[in-house]
Design a protein around this ligand. Structure first.
Ligand SMILES: Cc1ncc(COP(=O)(O)O)c(C=O)c1O
Length: 400
C-alpha cells in the first residue's frame, strides 16, 4: 500500500535522530553518541523516599490530569528558582512543557507558517532542526566560533533576507554540539544586532547548571536577564540533563501574550505534562534536594571532561583540534579539511565506537568536518579505550 503521508513527516534530520537514539542505547558499543546522563547517577534513592513519603492526596493527584499551564505548586517553585537565577519572572509567564523540545515545538507552531524563515546556529541541536523542518520552515544557519554566533555573518544574513525571520534559535550555554559558551560580549552584541529587527530570540538553556568551575558561573547568565528592552526573548529550560530525560520536564518563559497562545497549542498537543513527574520534581526542589544534587553533577561531569580531555591529548593525532569545554556534555572535534566525519564513523563503528557525525548538526546536512563526542553517558572506565580506538581510526582515515 502506498501511504499518503503528510508533508510534515519529511524532516531531513528525523532519520538522524532515530539512528542517534538507537546508537545511544546500544549495549555492545562504546558510545560517545548519547547526550544524556549515565544511568548510574540518577537520584533513585531520593525519588524513592519522596514517593514513599507523599501523603495519599498528593499520590492521587500524581495519577490525575492537571492544568495545561502546569501543576501550580511546581509553577511557583520554578518561578522562584528562575528568580534566584536572576530571570525576569515578574514580567513574564511560565508554561511547563513535556521536555524543552516540546517548548521548541510549541513556539514553532505558534509562529511559523510553511516557508517562514528561522535562523539557527551552525552547528545546531539536531532535535530543534527536526522540529523546524517538520513545520516547513526555511532554515538559515549562522556559523559559530569559540565565543558564540558569528556577529558579522548574522548581520549580513539579516540584511540579505527579503523576509524577516520569525526567530533566531540559539543555545548560548554549553552548546550542543559545539561545547562552547558564549562570552558576555558576544551575548551583548547578539542582543544589539536583534534590537528593533522584530526577530524573536529563542534562548535554549538546557545546560547552564552544569558549569565545571564555580568561578565561571556568572558566564552562564542568560540573555533574557540582560534587560534588552527592544528584543523579544523566549527562554526555555529542561530537567533532562539534571534529573533525567525520562522525567520529560521542561518549561518556557515568555511574555504573557506569547504564553497564552502557547498554552492553547500545548492543550492540543497533550493537554498537560505528567502530573506524576511534576509532583516528584516539585518535591525534589522544595525538599532542598536540587542544589546538593547539582553540586554532585558538576563534579561528576567535570571529572568526566578531565578524563576525556586527558586521553584526547594523549592519543589524538596533531591534526585534530578542539576547545576544552567549561561545562555541559560535549566536545566538538575539528577534523582536517580532507576527511569527513562520516568516513571516520564508518570505520569506528566497525571497531565498536560510535559518536555523532558533524553533518547531523548542519541545517543543510552537508558540513561534515567535525564530530561530536559526548562524555556524559558512557561508563567512565570506557573513556580511555573509546578515545584510543577513535584516535587509531582517525589516523587510519587520515592516511587513506
Ligand atoms: C540544546 C538542547 N535543547 C533541548 C534539548 C531537549 O531536551 P528535553 O529532553 O528537555 O526535551 C536537548 C537535548 O538533548 C538539547 O541538547
Amino acid at each position: 500500500m502506498e501511504y499518503l503521508f503528510s508533508h510534515m513527516v519529511n524532516s531531513m534530520h528525523a532519520e538522524d535522530v532515530k539512528l542517534l537514539m538507537k546508537q545511544s542505547s546500544g549495549k555492545s558499543m562504546i558510545s560517545f553518541a548519547g547526550g544524556m546522563p549515565n544511568n548510574d547517577i540518577f537520584p533513585l534513592k531520593q525519588i524513592d523516599d519522596i514517593y514513599n513519603t507523599l501523603p495519599d492526596n498528593l499520590k492521587k493527584l500524581c495519577f490525575q490530569y492537571g492544568p495545561t499551564s502546569g501543576y501550580p505548586p511546581f509553577v511557583n517553585t520554578i518561578n522562584e528558582y528562575l528568580k534566584k537565577k536572576g530571570l525576569p519572572v515578574a514580567d513574564n509567564r511560565l508554561l511547563i512543557t513535556t521536555g524543552s523540545l516540546q517548548a521548541i515545538s510549541i513556539i514553532t507552531q505558534e509562529f511559523v507558517n510553511k516557508g517562514d524563515i528561522i535562523l539557527t546556529e551552525n552547528p545546531c541541536f539536531v532535535g530543534a532542526l527536526t522540529v523546524f523542518e517538520t513545520y516547513g520552515a526555511e532554515i538559515h544557519g549562522i556559523p559559530v566560533d569559540k565565543d558564540g554566533i558569528d556577529i558579522d555573518a548574522l548581520k549580513q544574513k539579516i540584511a540579505g533576507l527579503k523576509q524577516t525571520p520569525k526567530f533566531l534559535y540559539v543555545t548560548p550555554n554549553y552548546h550542543n554540539p559545539a561545547g562552547i559558551i558564549y562570552s558576555p560580549e558576544r551575548k551583548k552584541a547578539l542582543l544589539e544586532v536583534l534590537s528593533g529587527t522584530g526577530i524573536i530570540l529563542l534562548e535554549d538553556d538546557a545546560y547552564s547548571e552544569l558549569y565545571f568551575n564555580e568561578d565561571e558561573k556568572h558566564l552562564t547568565k542568560p540573555m533574557i536577564s540582560y534587560e534588552a528592552k527592544s528584543v523579544e526573548i523566549i527562554y526555555t529550560g529542561s530537567f533532562s540533563k539534571i534529573l533525567g530525560p525520562g522525567f520529560r520536564l521542561g518549561y518556557m518563559l515568555s511574555s504573557p501574550e506569547i504564553n497564552e497562545k502557547a498554552e492553547s497549542v500545548k492543550q492540543a498537543l497533550d493537554a498537560c505534562t505528567s502530573s506524576f513527574m511534576q509532583i516528584l520534581a516539585n518535591e525534589f526542589m522544595v525538599q532542598g534536594k536540587l542544589y546538593p544534587y547539582l553540586e554532585f553533577l558538576r563534579k561528576e561531569y567535570a571529572e568526566r571532561k578531565d578524563m576525556i580531555q586527558k586521553y584526547l591529548v594523549k592519543y589524538m593525532p596533531k591534526e585534530i583540534t578542539w576547545n576544552e569545554p567549561k561545562g555541559g556534555f560535549y566536545i566538538w572535534l575539528k577534523l582536517p579539511e580532507n576527511i569527513k566525519s562520516t568516513d571516520v564513523f564508518k570505520e569506528s563503528v566497525k571497531k565498536g565506537v560510535v559518536f555523532v557525525t558533524g553533518r547531523t548538526f548542519d541545517p543543510m546536512g552537508r558540513k561534515d568536518d567535525c564530530l561530536r563526542l559526548s562524555f556524559s553517558n558512557m561508563p567512565k572506565e570506557s573513556i580511555e579505550e573509546g578515545v584510543r580506538i577513535l584516535s587509531e581510526t582517525i589516523k587510519k582515515v587520515l592516511i587513506h
